[in-house]
Design a protein around this ligand. Structure first.
Ligand code: PBG
Length: 345
């Protein structure tokens, strides 16, 4: 009969390494991990992007973003109340514009009674304590899905677009937007918008510049959500940044700061954490990252397939933004994270 062998894991002092530093000591149990933790995610770090649509008391799911819905204005007000109770500091609004209102020039963006303006007024009225951020760009309003005006050859016109964006920003500020977030990537728009806001009495309206916004494949589900994916002709590479470039993001941010940006944004998020880090290190301005629709969809899809632990991946991804130096994150997970943090508190 064979003698059963002893487990080989028996401590063997002779093989002990002579280490002055054993980083594992600080990780040995929960209290010490808590004590040495460098970064934390709190509800104050969250901005919730919300899709709004026309109608009453209705929510429609966004197919490519499981768990995300488009909300009618009344439902958006209800969600803003919930967000405020949870302690989420701000909401970013994105409209699903009725296709009949989409035109070549995106003029619905300038309608003082458009969906975004009505939502702004309704939320300001009911939940004045929550911050309201609006996107400045024409894509939810154009029949071609681009962020700006086109010339006869289909090129995106810069200066002509900026003159419309100024109007769009003013319309939003007048309806109650606290933070104007130009996401169009036209040259000179931050300065032009700042000048116009100041000249019309909106000195307090902040500008959150999408300084480093990349021409990214991760925006796909968003374009479904705002209904612009079907109509988008071509791509946005003549105005959004090349994913290959990092130094250029510093230049974009420097220009936006010179022109009056109060806060910077990097978009997408996780694939561009190096940019978040560089902008924060270089300029020190409040710097935000946008965990965009495709990032959300990837986590949700994998989680719903049982391939990853969705809740853990959600928390880890958001903490990573903090570690990279972000002051906050725009994320579709915001209410879910806020609820989780509240449960754990
Ligand atoms: C519009 C805009 C986009 C997003 C935010 N604002 C799409 C785009 O530039 O095509 C994407 C957000 C997301 O994917 O969650 N200028």
């Amino acid at each position: 009969r064979a003698v059963p062998t002893e487990p080989s894991a028996r401590p063997d002092v002779t093989s002990r390494l002579d280490l002055a530093q054993r980083p594992r000591r600080n990780r040995k149990c929960e209290w010490t991990r808590k004590l040495v933790r460098e970064n934390t995610l709190t509800v104050s770090d969250l901005v919730w992007p919300v899709f709004v649509m026309d109608g009453k008391a209705t929510r429609t799911p966004v197919g490519s973003m499981p768990g995300v819905e488009r909300l009618t204005v009344d439902e958006a007000v209800r969600e803003a109340e919930r967000a405020a109770k949870l302690g989420i500091p701000a909401i970013a609004l994105f409209p699903y514009t009725d296709p009949s209102l989409r035109t070549v020039d995106g003029r619905e963006a300038l309608n003082h009674d458009n969906l975004v303006c009505r939502t702004l007024r309704a939320i300001k009225d009911a939940v004045p304590e929550i911050g309201l951020i609006t996107d400045v760009a024409l894509d939810p309003y154009t029949s071609h899905g681009h962020d700006g005006l086109l010339d006869a050859e289909g090129r995106i016109l810069n200066d002509e677009t900026v003159s419309v964006l100024i109007e769009q920003a003013l319309v939003q500020a007048e309806a109650g937007a606290d933070v104007i977030a130009p996401s169009d990537m036209m040259d000179g728009r931050v300065g032009a918008i700042r000048t116009a806001l100041d000249a019309s009495g909106h000195v307090e309206a902040q500008i959150l510049a999408y300084s480093a916004k990349y021409a990214s494949a991760f925006y796909g589900p968003f374009r479904d959500a705002v209904g612009s994916s079907g109509c988008l002709k071509g791509d946005k590479r003549t105005y959004q940044m090349d994913p290959a470039n990092g130094i250029e993001a510093l230049r974009e941010a420097a220009l936006d700061i010179e022109e009056g940006a109060d806060m910077l944004m990097v978009k997408p998020g996780l694939p561009y954490l190096d940019i978040v880090y560089r902008l924060k290190e270089t300029f020190g301005l409040p710097t935000f990252a946008y965990q965009v629709s495709g990032e959300y969809a990837m986590i949700e899809a994998a989680a719903r397939n049982g391939w990853i632990d969705g809740e853990k991946a959600m928390m880890e991804s958001l903490l990573a933004f903090k570690r990279a130096g972000a002051d906050g994150v725009l994320t579709y997970f915001a209410p879910r994270v806020a609820e989780k943090l509240a449960r754990e508190a």
